[in-house]
Design a protein around this ligand. Structure first.
Ligand code: AMP
Ligand code: TRP
Length: 327
């Protein structure tokens, strides 16, 4: 079984990325032949700083190894190292509807009120579709906010197959059962995000322990004081329960039961500690790995080579079926 997922290098990674995505990468690397792509080409679709893109790309590679991706059990690579991705995006744009791209929530949200909206922000899902389809992917571990992008990737693959003959495997998204959508701790009706959210409500994987504790202590909860899991009615406390469930490795009903009759303060303090304990070993590994840039770059070169070999036959088939004269 082929696994593929992508993650953007810009924007500091937070506990939503960890719970919704990275944690699933780590488990899926043993369930199949897994490819994880740092999607640097996607990061230029909004205003960004080239120096920041450069450094954050290496930061994210170190972080992904630190959370548990193993270069011997999966393939981690940079999207820009494998030119097939940019080529596939162009070819697939021929079977992508302009109207469908315009209906993407992320495009509308990220473009709204901006003085300059890049064409890249609009065609972003086509690049993502190519990422996935090039690898004959079976499953795509992602968070809830990527559902619509996965749907369009499936549509694009199906449209290509119908127009040019059976070429792509149509992938399926897999979403975590707990924590597919982690909310901002200060504004629990919004998803946690480094672009749209609050600083105090966004817990970074690399935050210092005291910063993590403080962010949880000051988390906004509901007025009704009963500790109960009900995401629609009680988003603040339910979000904390989900995070606790993942960080402590306990099912949600267990967490609810453990806090029956206790106050929000107890829960907030304990979640903070559980998250500090969860991230501490990753933070230590990150520091070590990030210090050896030569080794990081070497691992990424090995990953890119494997990714090139795997994606090349699919790209070749695309060109041939579309009628191009090959060299
Ligand atoms: P990004 O950093 O935007 O490239 O996102 C990387 C992965 O994290 C994607 O699979 C997203 O679906 C997931 N993700 C982002 N924000 C959240 C969140 N607040 N809760 C759960 N998953 C998330
Ligand atoms: N759009 C995804 C995000 O912002 C990142 C991404 C790019 C991706 N290509 C992908 C995710 C392919 C899964 C598969 O999170």
């Amino acid at each position: 079984m082929r696994v593929f997922s992508g993650i953007q290098p810009t924007g500091a990674k937070h506990i939503g990325n960890y719970i919704g995505a990275m944690r699933q990468y780590v488990t899926t690397q043993d369930e199949g032949d897994a490819f994880f792509c740092i999607v640097d080409l996607h990061s230029i679709t909004v205003d960004y700083d080239p120096r920041d893109l450069h450094d954050r790309t290496l930061d994210l590679a170190a972080l992904l190894y630190a959370v548990g991706l193993d270069p011997d059990r999966c393939t981690l690579f940079l999207q820009s190292h494998v030119t097939a991705h940019a080529e596939a995006a162009w070819l697939l744009s021929a079977v992508t509807g302009f109207g469908q791209l315009g209906r993407m929530t992320q495009f509308k949200e990220k473009g709204e009120g901006k003085e300059f909206v890049s064409a890249g922000l609009f065609t972003y899902p086509v690049l993502m579709a190519g990422d996935i389809l090039l690898y004959e992917t079976d499953i795509v571990p992602i968070g809830d906010d990527q559902r619509q992008h996965l749907e369009i990737a499936r549509d694009i693959g199906q449209r290509f197959n119908a127009r040019y003959g059976e070429t792509f495997k149509i992938p399926r998204g897999v979403y975590p059962t707990v924590g597919a959508r982690i909310m901002d701790l200060q504004e629990p009706s919004n998803k946690m995000s480094t672009t749209g959210g609050t600083t105090q409500g966004t817990v970074l994987v690399l935050d210092e322990p005291d910063v993590i504790r403080k962010k949880f202590k000051t988390a906004v909860t509901d007025s009704e004081r009963e500790i109960r899991y009900a995401p629609d009615e009680k988003p603040g406390v339910s979000n904390l329960i989900e995070i606790m469930s993942v960080a402590a490795g306990r099912p949600i009903p267990d967490v609810e039961q453990a806090y029956a009759g206790k106050g929000y303060g107890d829960l907030k303090g304990d979640v903070g500690e559980a998250v500090v304990d969860l991230f501490a070993p990753m933070q230590a590994r990150y520091k070590e790995l990030r210090a050896d840039e030569g080794e990081l770059r070497r691992l990424l070169r090995v990953g890119a080579e494997k990714a090139r070999q795997t994606s090349a036959p699919t790209l070749e088939q695309m060109y041939e079926r579309m009628g191009f004269v090959r060299p």
